[in-house]
Design a protein around this ligand. Structure first.
Ligand SMILES: *Cc1c(COP(=O)(O)O)cnc(C)c1O
Ligand code: SF4
Length: 462
């Protein structure tokens, strides 16, 4: 029997209420306070009581996953905000300094949020991103927060109120009309934040209409969520748990596929009884659980962590899906790993599991032209190169076609890479420029073509 648990969120102002934090010394506590003025901080009682090993802090991966660390800011930034706190205690002053630093952390200014937002009747469709032909992303307005915040999350700016919810659906739910008009779409992916933060009533309001006639072309509904890791009670003992499962069953009965895209960063998230029970109950509805995570320094930058994670997932009936390269925003210098190392970790972990876990694909960068995977490192005619391929492309014809970049030990993202063999640009570049110009010209290229990474699209990769 799993005892029901009442959810308690802890934010920066509740630091005193977390008894386990007595393990920290004054300096560490102060650092947590300081950094949480700039970056979002939220954890919950399940994460604190069951997932973190308090005898292993600060190195414990789940501690690193939800608790802010001093080094997540550059030393100079840290000192600037710490001084503001000591200097004045004046809220306005602290806030101004915090915002100044946030702007230095590549927060994706709001204009960039619109890069994949489609138009209908000459108006943008709020809460929708449509980048790849067959899949539409929906950002429900009431699903834009999470049961805890991952310290590496590239949506961090949204959680501190910088990018407001321009991205999310509005009351009119125009996205439904958009879907009715777009018969090429087979998959709808509810994402966030975390859509599973929504109550049952809201969840139904997003999912049930898609089961109606007119939406027959929608064959799969996906839900990107970290709730199975951060709050498995959602599916087990919460008041609405049974209702949620019944809703899942209803999707399956309608003849569509339901895929829970479970975000798991470390196998520790799969060690509790309730985490197993949640998976079992979800799978019993007929839904599948596919899993994904970015590679993050301090949390999972070790091949053994990954092979164990994938193996455990297979045993629990989950399907490993994506291994992402962490994006270049927020505390990126704390978390990012060179592509060479990302490839090595992936390769080593992949070699250590059986074929059933090799459904995972990566290391994948979700970048402006598409999802680009590092397929290998090779030497071709005397030149050391990265072998790359699209897993998803803005033009589907780019998929699978290998292309090559100069080997670069320091490169951390697609935009750091240069074409191999003396070529000037990657084969897709002209076409990509054309696609962007056509879809969003005025917004992104009105003032000249910006750096690709500057317009890196803002899509949650659960
Ligand atoms: C990853 C992603 C999808 C889904 O791609 P699949 O390969 O079908 O999993 C859809 N839209 C965007 C914007 C994505 O980044
Ligand atoms: S990675 Fe997902 S669960 Fe974590 S903070 Fe970001 S949106 Fe929330």
């Amino acid at each position: 029997m799993i005892t029901p648990r009442k959810m308690k969120f802890y934010s920066a102002k509740d630091i005193d209420k977390i008894p386990q934090l007595k393990k920290l010394d004054e300096e560490q506590l102060f650092a947590l306070r300081v950094v949480s003025e700039v970056l979002p901080f939220r954890t919950n009682n399940y994460v604190v009581e069951e997932l973190i090993d308090w005898n292993n802090i600060p190195d414990d991966p789940i501690y690193q996953l939800t608790f802010l660390q001093k080094d997540m800011l550059a030393e100079e930034q840290y000192n600037r905000i710490a001084e503001a706190i000591i200097r004045s205690g004046d809220k306005e002053d602290i806030k101004n300094v915090a915002n100044e630093i946030r702007l230095e952390l590549n927060p994706h200014p709001s204009a960039q949020l619109t890069v994949n937002v489609p138009q209908m009747d000459d108006e943008p469709v709020p809460g929708v991103q449509h980048k790849y032909k067959e899949t539409v992303l929906i950002f429900p307005s009431s699903g834009q927060t999470c049961h805890a915040y991952c310290t590496f999350c590239f949506r961090w700016a949204q959680f501190v109120g910088m990018n407001d919810l321009k991205l999310a659906t509005d009351e009119s739910k125009r996205f439904q009309k958009y879907l009715l008009q777009h018969k090429e779409v087979t998959d709808v992916l509810l994402t966030g934040g975390d859509p599973m933060i929504m109550g049952l009533k809201n969840l139904k309001a997003y999912i049930e209409p898609l089961l109606q006639p007119g939406f027959d072309h929608i064959r799969t509904i996906r839900i990107g969520t970290k709730a199975v890791a951060y709050w498995p009670f959602k599916f087990v003992t919460d008041k609405e748990a049974d209702g949620v499962l019944r809703l899942f069953e209803k999707v399956i009965k309608s003849g569509k596929h339901l895929a829970i895209m479970g975000h798991y960063n470390h196998w520790k998230e799969l060690t509790t009884e309730v985490s197993h029970e949640a998976i079992k109950r979800i799978r019993n509805t007929g839904a599948q659980i596919r899993t994904q995570s970015p590679l993050v320094k301090h949390i999972n930058d070790d091949p053994n962590v990954w092979s164990k994670l994938w193996q455990m997932q297979v045993e629990l009936g989950c399907i490993p899906y994506y291994f992402f390269v962490e994006r270049n925003t927020g505390a990126k210098n704390y978390f990012m790993i060179p592509l060479v190392r990302a490839y090595e970790i992936f390769k080593e972990a992949y070699r250590n599991v059986s074929g059933l876990a090799r459904t995972v694909r990566g290391p994948s960068m979700s970048a402006l032209p598409g999802k680009v995977a590092i397929d290998g490192i090779a030497e071709i005619k005397g030149e050391k190169v990265f072998v790359l391929k699209f897993i998803q492309g803005r033009n589907p014809e780019w998929c699978k076609k290998p292309f090559f970049a100069k080997y670069d030990e320091k490169a951390r993202w697609l935009t750091d890479l240069k074409p191999a063999f003396g070529e000037e640009k990657f084969y897709y570049q002209d076409e990509l420029n054309e696609i962007i110009r056509r879809s969003n010209g005025q917004l992104y290229f009105g003032t000249g073509v910006r750096e690709e990474e500057e317009v890196a699209d803002n899509v949650v990769e659960f």
